[in-house]
Design a protein around this ligand. Structure first.
Ligand code: NAD
Length: 291
């Protein structure tokens, strides 16, 4: 069993981007610029945005963090996005999810200019992805593809089971794995909360991507010997032994499942780190696309 180490792969992605960014700087060219909008005081969102901003600094990208009150109106948020859409120096815009209940997430995401939609969540980006056109790929599935590529994991003709059909993880993941590309060319089964016989389906899988948000859900008796298991889950579970008072748990029962796998991602230290690396790739590409 080999660990798919998000730390190693994301560092490699960041190193590549830093080299390219240093070259831009040396040539006096414009540097990639990511603008993040953070609304309210959600603890997890604060942490994610802080690490995105920190990663920009490490690589040499410019970053702007716009903080808005939980009570912000849709109109005010529209105006903030429009300003960033029209700012020539800004290459990528992300609005950290989830949004407060009074704000329509779909409407907000579709306001981000498609050329700056580095999260890849807008209908334009997803439409292009489905058609196999160049686009911004949602960061988590993109990060998983980079990881499969880095470890040269054979995916062609394999049966991949994706558990979860969300617009940000499961759905785009299933599209990417089924595309005629490398990694890709899988036969994909998408499972969700209404799937019957999930265990039987998982037992047929060469590759399982667990993205359902239920800690420790995937057990050893659901995984065939030699499978590749990608754990996307991130759930905060109360843990009095931790300073923070919580531990981060994945969707896979790692202790049980790992011995059966050829490759497996840990949580933490797996997919989560790749997500930020992939977002940085999208931001760099957004800057490059302008040329
Ligand atoms: P979501 O709640 O939007 O979707 C969950 C999906 O799981 C749904 O499609 C649902 O049908 C399916 N599901 C729920 N219960 C199921 C069951 N018993 N059997 C089969 N399918 C079931 O969640 P999401 O946004 O896709 O996130 C999934 C997990 O991934 C969460 O833990 C989230 O925190 C994590 N996540 C991690 C990263 C990362 O960077 N590692 C990024 C995004 C999300």
């Amino acid at each position: 069993m080999q660990i798919l180490d998000g730390k190693i792969v994301s560092q490699s992605v960041k190193d590549q981007l830093k080299t390219k960014t240093d070259a831009l700087k040396a040539a006096g060219k414009k540097l990639p610029h990511l603008a993040a909008i953070l609304i309210g005081n959600n603890g997890a969102s604060e942490t994610y945005v802080a690490s995105k901003v920190k990663t920009c600094e490490e690589i040499g990208f410019k970053s702007t963090l716009l903080r808005l009150e939980e009570s912000v109106s849709e109109a005010e948020l529209f105006a903030a996005i429009e300003k960033l859409n029209n700012d020539n120096d800004v290459d990528g815009i992300l609005v950290q999810l989830p949004l407060p209940k009074h704000i329509d997430e779909e409407k907000i995401i579709s306001l981000i200019h498609p050329d700056k939609d580095v999260d890849g969540f807008s209908p334009v980006s997803i439409g292009k992805l489905v058609q196999g056109m160049p686009t911004f790929i949602p960061a988590t599935p993109y990060g998983i593809m980079l990881m499969l590529e880095h470890y040269e994991i054979e995916t062609s003709s394999k049966h991949a089971v994706v558990i979860g059909r969300s617009n940000i993880v499961g759905r785009p993941m299933s599209i990417l794995l089924s595309q005629n590309s490398n990694p890709g060319n899988c036969t994909v089964t998408v499972c969700h909360s209404r799937t019957n016989n999930l265990k039987e389906i998982c037992l047929q899988a060469d590759i399982i991507v667990a993205a359902l948000g239920k800690p420790g859900f995937l057990k050893a008796d659901m995984v065939k010997e030699g499978a590749v298991v990608i754990d996307v889950g991130i759930t905060r579970v109360a843990d009095a032994t931790k300073k923070t008072g919580f531990a981060i748990k994945g969707d896979v029962d790692f202790a049980e499942v790992a011995p059966k796998c050829s490759y497996i991602t840990p949580v933490p230290g797996g997919v989560g780190l790749m997500t930020i690396g992939a977002l940085m790739m999208n931001t760099y590409n957004a800057c490059e696309n302008k040329k």
